[in-house]
Ligand binder design. Structure first.
Ligand code: GRF
Length: 211
């Protein structure tokens, strides 16, 4: 069975969606550990309530991003993790983590990438004036929100939206999409097609579910 390691920094509503999907059998995976870089993250309480192991690795206690990632990798390996989920994890990851789990680090971003990467994606969408936004689940590479796209879901942007109302509308989509994509990975249906040419992008092929 696939063992997930979920990295968090904050409220953990996406973690909750994963926990609920595992509990209901929609996501047939085990959560080996939830790792937070923030000791007070509400996500840690959600994990504990569900009986999932947690670890706090404070980035401030490490001299570099690489040293921090090495500490995270050690915990993930120790718990038998084979797929890593960044669920509101507010740190840029380095090749130390990515090379330890090739093509198996997944992120969720609250915008339709490649639009509005980085922080404050909902604010960026409102300031630009787009009429549609949404969320993107993608594999992580060394860029900020640049990795191959696994799936996207859209929401309308309304005239009277605030950052909060747009955030909540997008979050509802995130909570459905992330566990669904993780189940595709569990089923071995996600394939990375290498870039066709120098400087091109690797792409994703999702194998249809067996009939
Ligand atoms: C989500 O909007 C996610 O897309 C982004 O950070 C937020 C995390 O929310 N990467 P939560 O901690 O899962 O509630």
């Amino acid at each position: 069975m696939t063992t997930l390691g979920v990295l968090v920094s904050g409220s953990g509503t996406n973690l909750q969606a994963i926990l609920d999907a595992v509990a209901s059998g929609k996501l047939r995976a085990k959560i080996g550990v939830v790792v937070s870089n923030v000791p007070t993250a509400k996500a840690l309480e959600r994990a504990k309530k569900a009986g999932v192991e947690t670890a706090v690795i404070d980035h401030k206690a490490h001299p570099s991003r690489e040293a921090f990632d090495a500490a995270v990798v050690e915990v993930l390996r120790d718990k038998g993790v084979d797929c890593v989920v960044l669920a509101g994890f507010m740190r840029i990851v380095t090749p130390v983590l990515l090379d330890a789990f090739p093509h198996r680090v997944v992120n969720i971003h609250p915008a339709l990438l490649p639009a509005f990467p980085g922080v404050h994606a909902q604010r960026q969408a409102l300031e630009y004036g787009v009429r549609v936004s949404g969320c993107t689940v993608h594999l992580v590479d060394t860029g900020t929100d640049t990795g191959p796209i696994l799936a996207q879901a859209t929401v309308p942007v309304l005239d009277d939206d605030t950052e909060e109302t747009l955030r909540d509308r997008i979050l509802a989509k995130e909570h459905a999409l992330l566990p669904e994509v993780l189940q595709w990975i569990v089923e071995g249906r996600v394939h990375v097609v290498p870039a066709a040419a120098e400087g091109g992008r690797p792409r994703i092929r999702i194998e249809p579910r067996a009939a």
